[in-house]
Design a binder for this molecule. Structure first.
Ligand SMILES: [Zn+2]
Length: 576
């Protein structure tokens, strides 16, 4: 049976274009070695596989004959037919790539067969997900061309068209199983209509939960400094270990932005279509400044069909990795990008740039121009003004001292003039750049990370009454209108569903007790709740909670006082 899997995997790799026909025998031999086998017998092909019948097999067989470009077009068409890539589409693309023979089409099944064999023969330290992931990545790594070849393939296509290059690379990143399609397909996704547009919600289920044994073993291990973090270029080809994922199947494309060497890759957890990461080749901290803005627009010039943004560079309002300079982008239009400008204004000295406040729960300034350089200049001016901006009336403080005391405008000015560097900054920006119908757009989301006794996790962060749904940082992706919610919610939703349908009271000792107040708040809105509509009601209500999450994260609230505060900042921009 193991020969059957080896043949199927090789066939998959040849059909997906990972392995060339000339390398077939060589590949089989490398797989044999990894599995501790000394010989190979070509398995007999099943009769059905040799003469495929039926509509599906025929369609797939035809697809196999199509040129690669056409195959990509089909896969692309499938992927763009819905807002977010779903399981079925990915499976279709995978089947197309695999040439459609069902026995060979399901990479997950082939790898499962190989992993079960490996576990049986004692090739895995333990038959758990951590060790299985390490082993199947090693196996997949044997099928992927070396970085130099992938880079050559990428840039050959790039010369023709940047889109062709990213299509090739995105497909490779999935075919190589670096992006595990079958796991991404497990994520729950839906869209909730709000006052600000259609917000995307996802419950992330594709990051594997670690088993207790692996966690215990990781604790015993000496902490390693190689690679320094998950975003370092040294991950490319790395075998991984119990506390760090394997990346033998990972390839990074080198690019140059603002004259600096960066790497371009996709996120293994693709939260949205073609979710990419652009990382500094050096392990150096995140910084939002004029140079970062320059890098964003250099990237948009390289890949005009992608947006790109940066997380803010301060804790609470930033992303999860502040220690490694990186950006995130992709081929996806978020609700924030679609949201209109509700109030236009001009800024002195930048009359050619059209500027406005975006109709969005967070506080966003959108700049538009044909000239990226102008946007970078103006963006830098707004950033610098914002970093030093204090407005007590709006509870916005740019700095606190080392004791944590918030400094008023006068105090902050005096300290800065005296050259007192012991200040803790609170103001920063989440910037997003894109090209929209030929015009450059630059969204600057104003952020502040002040904490108080009442709001120890952040004044402009979801407040405690929303933590039952979302407690984590509101980073770049959330800011743009995609909620990435914790995996625990899946089970809690199921329990909540049962409790609502049976009318059972939720006890204090239960996990879902934290949802009780929220649930009692929304139930009266619905006259008839039944098995058919309960799931969509819960989803809808979660979406509405996320709308509030974004409102909490907005530094200027969407009421009269808030908008007056926002106007005051715009006026300040015209004063200096
Ligand atoms: Zn790093």
């Amino acid at each position: 049976m193991i020969y059957e899997y080896i043949r199927a995997l090789t066939e998959y790799a040849v059909n997906a274009g990972l392995v060339q026909e000339e390398d077939r025998c060589y590949t089989i031999n490398r797989l044999l070695e990894a599995l501790g086998l000394e010989e190979y017998e070509e398995p007999q092909r099943a009769e059905a596989e040799l003469s495929p019948g039926g509509a599906v097999a025929e369609k797939l067989a035809t697809a196999e004959k199509l040129a690669t470009a056409e195959k990509l077009a089909i896969a692309g068409e499938l992927a763009s037919s819905s807002a977010l890539a779903s399981t079925e589409e990915l499976t279709s693309a995978e089947e197309l790539a695999a040439g459609g023979r069902p026995a060979e089409g399901k990479l997950e099944d082939i790898l499962k067969g190989i992993l079960d064999y490996a576990a049986d023969k004692g090739l895995l330290k333990s038959n758990s997900i951590v060790y299985r992931d390490l082993f199947d990545t090693k196996i997949m790594g044997l099928l992927i061309p070396p970085p130099s070849q992938v880079i050559k393939n990428f840039y050959n296509r790039y010369e023709e068209n940047p889109k062709k290059a990213t299509e090739y690379y995105y497909k490779l990143s999935q075919d190589s199983d670096y992006i595990r399609r079958y796991r991404i397909g497990k994520d729950m996704k839906w869209v909730t209509r709000t006052d600000y547009g259609d917000i995307d919600i996802t419950i992330n289920l594709s990051k594997p939960e670690k088993d207790p044994k692996a966690i215990a073993e990781a604790k015993l291990k000496k902490q390693s400094g190689y690679p320094k973090c998950l975003l370092c270029v040294e991950n490319e080809g790395y075998a991984g270990r119990v506390d760090h994922p394997a990346r033998q199947n990972h390839r990074i494309i080198p690019i140059s932005i603002n004259g600096q060497d960066f790497g371009f890759q996709y996120s293994p957890y693709v939260y949205y279509n073609e979710h990419c990461i652009v990382l500094n080749r050096e392990h150096t901290p995140m910084k939002v400044d004029k140079e970062a803005f320059q890098k964003l627009f250099d990237f948009v010039k390289l890949f005009p069909h992608y947006f790109i943004g940066s997380n803010a560079d301060l804790p609470i309002v930033g992303g999860s990795i502040l220690t490694h300079d990186h950006f995130q982008g992709g081929n996806y239009e978020f609700a924030m990008a679609k949201a209109p400008i509700e109030k236009e204004f001009k800024i002195k000295g930048y009359e050619k740039v059209s500027a406005g406040i975006v109709k969005w729960p967070m506080s966003v300034i959108r700049l538009r121009s044909d000239d990226a350089a102008e946007l970078i200049e103006l963006g830098d001016y707004i950033l610098k003004t914002w970093r030093n901006y204090t407005d007590e009336a709006s509870f916005l403080y740019a700095y606190s001292d080392t004791s944590g005391k918030l400094l008023n405008k006068q105090e902050a000015r005096e300290r800065i003039q005296a050259g007192n560097a012991d200040l803790e900054p609170h103001n920063t920006i989440t910037p997003i750049a894109r090209k929209n119908e030929g015009v450059y757009e630059f969204d600057l989301v104003l952020r502040n990370n002040v904490t108080t006794k009442e709001h120890p996790l952040g004044v402009y962060h979801p407040h405690s009454e929303l933590h039952h749904i979302k407690k984590e940082n509101i980073g770049l992706i959330e800011v743009m209108g995609l909620a990435v919610l914790p995996a625990r919610l899946k089970e809690e939703m199921e329990e909540l569903r049962t409790a609502i349908l049976t009318g059972r009271d939720i006890g204090e000792e239960e996990d879902i007790y934290k949802h009780k107040e929220w649930m009692e708040g929304f139930l009266p809105k619905y006259r008839d709740i039944n098995k058919e509509n309960i799931d969509s009601i819960i989803q809808e209500e979660i979406g509405l909670v996320f709308e509030k999450v974004l409102e909490h994260a907005g530094v200027y609230k969407r009421n009269e006082a808030g908008q007056k505060g926002f106007d005051k900042f715009i006026a300040q921009l015209n004063k200096e």
